[in-house]
Design a protein around this ligand. Structure first.
Ligand code: ADP
Length: 319
């Protein structure tokens, strides 16, 4: 393979730049040319492509966001869009593409691979909601940001004897909620993966209060939402002044943590290694601390167990 492209697609995640750097440098080291495709699959359709050199990816490993920009692209879901993208690749001599994104982006990568442009997916999302991998790039940074924010909210909740209901991101997955919750000593963690009732939440607060606790942190997963309503119900039932905070996109930004930079470097390197051997329609990830790769269709059908044991521990030590 003589020339490859790299693109970032779907929601941005800290560490995407570190993948771009690893892909560019390792491909050049193998004697390949590299281009960056701008704004996800949109850039493939419109031909918005920039050359990447060893130096153009300097000074980005520590930056959040993505230097290639990211976007969603409705046109790519249809044959016409896919054919335009294929045409752009052929015209520019691009034989393979590293796609950094989530499950949606991998579906697109499978579609393009089936049309002769080999694609390798790299999981980049703060949500950790990709089944084939235990870890997705951006997750650690997002959890650390959320933890820092909840710690700050705790200071004010403590000062005012309040209950702070904090909604964290994760789309339909509760990984950020669970891990942030345990790291911040939340009184209750509400996720879609674990059954709960408002009576349970209220009873937990009342029991803790009876033992002398004056302020409370409740972490709510994005998939549950409804934080304002939850705050109202808690206040009504317990009499504890309750405030809801939705952390939002602050969790997507910031300098990637050491873990995100390392995994991004490993997976970016490995994705290029596959392409250099003429292997496509794969997605790379981490299982038992090892880099693994799977056929994209197979990866999309996999399921991942929630961390029920960690949830049980969090619940048992929070009162
Ligand atoms: P993520 O990759 O984070 O899951 P999305 O689900 O929004 O984010 O997908 C990102 C992009 O991937 C979409 O805008 C679209 O261009 C492409 N995509 C998503 N689903 C498909 C699909 N079923 N077939 C082809 N392309 C898809």
């Amino acid at each position: 393979m003589k020339k490859i492209g790299v693109l970032t697609s779907g929601g941005d995640a800290p560490g995407m730049n570190a993948v771009i750097r690893a892909v560019t440098r390792s491909a050049i080291a193998k004697g390949m040319e590299v281009v960056g495709v701008l704004r996800g699959y949109n850039g493939l359709i419109s031909g918005d492509i920039i050359p990447l050199t060893v130096r153009s990816v300097s000074d980005i490993i520590q930056r959040g966001g993505t230097m290639l920009y990211t976007a969603r692209c409705a046109e790519f879901r249809y044959e016409e869009g896919l054919q335009k993208a294929k045409h752009t690749c052929i015209e520019n001599g691009i034989e393979g593409i590293v796609v950094v994104g989530g499950d949606g982006s991998f579906r697109g990568a499978a579609d393009l691979s089936a049309r002769g442009i080999l694609c390798v997916g790299v999981p980049g999302t703060i949500d950790n909601d990709i089944s084939m991998t235990e870890y997705t790039i951006g997750y650690d940074t997002a959890m650390n940001t959320a933890m820092e924010m909840v710690d700050k909210l705790r200071d004010t909740a403590q000062s005012h004897d309040r209950c702070s209901i904090v909604e964290v991101m994760g789309r339909n997955a509760g990984y950020i909620a669970l891990n942030t919750g345990i790291a911040c000593g939340a009184t209750y963690i509400i996720t879609q993966e674990e059954p709960y009732t408002m009576q349970d939440v209220i009873a937990k607060i009342q029991n803790a209060r009876a033992s002398g606790k004056h302020h409370f942190i409740i972490v709510v997963a994005e998939g549950i939402g409804n934080s304002e309503q939850i705050a109202k119900q808690i206040e009504q039932a317990t009499g504890v002044e309750s405030r809801a905070t939705i952390l939002g996109h602050v969790q997507r930004g910031g300098s990637p943590t050491v873990r995100d930079r390392i995994v991004a470097s490993q997976l970016g390197y490995y994705a290029v290694d596959l392409l250099s051997k003429g292997i496509g329609n794969r997605v790379v990830g981490i299982q038992n601390n090892q880099v693994v790769d799977y056929d994209i269709q197979k990866a999309l059908k996999m399921t991942k167990e929630f961390e029920h044991e960690l949830y049980r521990i969090a619940n048992e030590i929070s009162f």
